[in-house]
Every structure is written in C-alpha cells, then in structure tokens.
Design a protein around this ligand. Structure first.
Ligand SMILES: NC(=O)c1ccc[n+]([C@@H]2O[C@H](COP(=O)([O-])OP(=O)(O)OC[C@H]3O[C@@H](n4cnc5c(N)ncnc54)[C@H](OP(=O)(O)O)[C@@H]3O)[C@@H](O)[C@H]2O)c1
Length: 213
C-alpha cells in the first residue's frame, strides 16, 4: 500500500516516514525543498513542488491509498492568505480527480469538533495562540473547516504541544472538555496514530484530540 505525505519536512516528518516504513507502506513525499528529505533519498519517492502546483501534487497523490498531511503554518512567518488552507484545497481537488478518498490531517483545538465540551486549558491555549499568531490560527481553523466539508473520508488529528520523543503507546484520545487530555504529545505517538488511521475507520469524519497519558 502507498501513502502520499505532505508537510514531512518539519521535525514530525521523520517520525511519520519511519512509522509508515514500519507498517509496510511505500511513500511518496511532497516537498518544496528536496534537500530537507535527503536522509530518505532512495527509500521514498520525492515530488518537488509548491502547494499551487496541481500537476506535481497529482504526481504525488496518484496511486495512493491515503494522504497524510502534517502541513501547518510556519507560525511567525505566514505568507499570504491562509496558505495551508489554499494548499489543502488543491490537494483535495486532486484527490477527488484521482479517486483517493482518505485524508488524515494534523490540526489543533483551533478547530472545534461538534462532540467537544468546554475545556478551560485547551480554550486558554487557543485564545493565546490566536492573539500571538492570528494568521496561523486562522489558517489552521480554515483548513479544518475546509477538510470537514470536503466529502472525503477525512480525519483531523488535533494535537497539543509536541515533544521530540519516540512512541510509547501511552496516549489518550477523545474530545476537548469531555475527555482527559494533557497538553503534551510525543512526535512518535503522533506519527503512530496518524499512520494507524489509514486503515482504522473509527475516526472517519471526526476530529479526535490526542495527547500523552
Ligand atoms: N510544534 C508543536 O508543538 C505543534 C503544536 C501544534 C500543532 N503543530 C502542527 O503539527 C505539525 C507538525 O509540526 P512540526 O513542528 O513537526 O513541523 P513544522 O515545522 O510546523 O512543519 C510544517 C510543515 O508544513 C510545511 N509548510 C508550512 N507552510 C507551507 C507552505 N506555505 N507551503 C508548503 N509547505 C508548507 C513545512 O514545509 P517547509 O519545511 O518547506 O517549510 C513543513 O513541512 C504542523 O502542522 C504544525 O502546525 C505543531
């Protein structure tokens, strides 16, 4: 089975790639700078392009069983109007053309799931984020809303602060304000949850929060 991966050049990317290998997937990785995935040269197909280049996006998505996206605004230097949301709009239209239905995207509490209650911690975190980096907040929220109305088999995996630790399987999954969710998550645990969603249909068309236990 093949996965198409976007946004893998950040620190979470290598965990996702390694987890996908571990689960036996082949990978097509999309990047605007091939040097950032040099460590995986020869092991993954690398497709170079920006998020406006639908021909290059199609090359990456063609033949994939699912798309995983770790795309997120580079907080302090968001250029243009909601660039990640615009990029996802192009990815979604390519997925529709190619008949690829499964989309798994990293998100945060900036996007609300209808199952959420009121969670003081998550609410305060989102408010602070909104005040400090309003353009990043708007991009994450709009990306979530776009994906939720896409008609695809989507999952938004909502996360708190990330830390650079391997997977240990100790996570809580649920809804803000209704489930116990801490404010930290290991990148290894995130990568495993993302790749598990390819075949696990529990959270299709839902936006679970996940966090380290
Ligand atoms: N770090 C945290 O504590 C935290 C907390 C909450 C949510 N998140 C989210 O978790 C995900 C992974 O985070 P991370 O810290 O591992 O990595 P990151 O550095 O935030 O990775 C962002 C990825 O998105 C890509 N990207 C951003 N804007 C883009 C644009 N306009 N066009 C094309 N690509 C673009 C980056 O590509 P380039 O390398 O080319 O810039 C990179 O691959 C991100 O979605 C992030 O927003 C992180």
């Amino acid at each position: 089975m093949k996965l198409s991966l976007f946004g893998a050049t950040g620190p979470t990317g290598k965990y996702i790639i390694e987890e996908a290998f571990k689960q036996g997937y082949s990978l097509s990785v999309y990047t605007r700078n091939a040097r950032k995935v040099d460590a995986f040269a020869g092991k993954v197909d690398v497709v170079v392009g920006d998020l406006h280049d639908t021909a290059a996006i199609a090359k990456c998505v063609r033949g994939a069983d699912a798309v995983i996206s770790a795309l997120g605004p580079n907080s302090l230097k968001v250029q243009g109007d909601r660039p990640v949301m615009q990029g996802l709009s192009n990815i979604i239209s390519v997925m529709r053309q190619m008949g690829v239905h499964r989309l798994i995207q990293i998100s945060t509490a900036a996007y609300r799931d209808p199952r959420d209650g009121f969670a003081l911690g998550a609410h305060a975190f989102v408010l602070l984020f909104r005040v400090i980096v309003p353009r990043a907040y708007e991009d994450i929220k709009a990306t979530g809303e776009l994906i939720a109305s896409s008609g695809l088999d989507w999952t938004l995996v909502r996360i708190p602060n990330l830390k650079d630790d391997p997977a240990n399987g100790n996570i809580d999954v649920g809804w803000y304000g209704r489930s116990k969710l801490s404010m930290k998550l290991s990148r290894g645990n995130l990568a495993k949850f993302l790749v598990d969603q390819v075949t696990d249909k529990t959270f299709v068309r839902a936006a679970p929060g996940i966090a380290n236990r």
